[in-house]
Design a binder for this molecule. Structure first.
Ligand SMILES: [Fe+2]
Ligand SMILES: [Fe+2]
Length: 259
């Protein structure tokens, strides 16, 4: 009896720490550019966060077929996903969700509270849980959603709490990427070390992008990976400003971040 009890306890402890590692790994699954040969580029964004207590799918890209292709090409099985987080209600971030939910049910899907009731109903009818997010919250150890940030389109981002500072991941950053960085910094009361994802700056001038880079520097941002909807010219300006600390994105890129 005692032996069984200890076996059971050991199993509980082990399963509780499964997946936790000394680094976070973020794999880009969907992006406007492709990094790994054989993957497909398309307008949209999705990434997989591993190494935390839970495996998290952040955004899901646009076309289910392209998401499926990229997953097969990278040898990634989304069966490991424990939590889904959707940044904002645009098709280039939600499009692959329905394909994912056909394969896997029962996972919680976090999204900004202002999402349409139609979206919420569709998630529920696919057998997943819905978590409407208003305030910042830690969804598993050292992985946070920023809470819903108001903007032309309301949005939430994810940030990872690491020993080097925060790592902010944005879908499109419609509220403004500097706003999202400031927000994460004030929630955690800690500098931002690295920011990557879509920055939505296609229309912005060099002076406006320089002002954002100035805000990044003030927030402590030492590494930057602008991609997706940032704008090609604008990505180039970040690349020039950050030099060797600019981290190239694209489908298949794996970003490793020490905890
Ligand atoms: Fe987008
Ligand atoms: Fe968007």
């Amino acid at each position: 009896m005692k032996k069984w009890f200890f076996c059971l306890m050991a199993l509980v402890v082990l399963s509780g720490t499964a997946g936790a590692a000394d680094e976070f790994r973020v794999t880009i699954l969907y992006d406007n550019t492709a990094h790994t040969p054989g993957t497909k580029a398309d307008w949209g964004f999705a990434c997989l966060i591993e190494g935390a207590e839970k495996t998290i799918l952040f955004d899901t890209g646009t076309q289910p077929d392209i998401l499926r292709h990229n997953l097969e090409s990278l040898g990634i099985d989304l069966d490991t996903v424990d939590q889904v987080v959707i940044s904002h209600e645009h098709g280039d971030h939600t499009g692959g969700l329905w394909f994912f939910l056909e394969k896997k049910t029962g996972v919680p899907v976090y999204f900004p509270a202002s999402f349409s009731s139609g979206f919420s109903r569709r998630v529920e009818s696919a057998g997943a849980g819905t978590v409407r997010v208003t305030e910042p919250q830690e969804i598993c150890k050292d992985v946070w959603v920023t809470g819903e940030i108001k903007g032309p389109v309301n949005e939430l981002g994810i940030f990872l709490n690491t020993g080097q500072g925060l790592v902010v991941i944005s879908g499109c950053a419609h509220p403004g990427i500097a706003v999202m960085v400031r927000h994460a910094r004030s929630v955690a009361n800690k500098d931002v070390y690295f920011v990557f994802g879509g920055f939505h700056l296609m229309e912005k001038s060099k002076a406006e992008v320089d002002a954002i880079i100035g805000e990044f520097r003030e927030a402590g941002v030492r590494k930057c990976g602008a991609t997706h909807c940032t704008g090609e010219q604008q990505i180039e300006w970040f690349r020039q400003a950050y030099g060797e600390n600019f981290v190239e994105m694209g489908v298949g890129r794996v970003i490793r971040i020490a905890k």
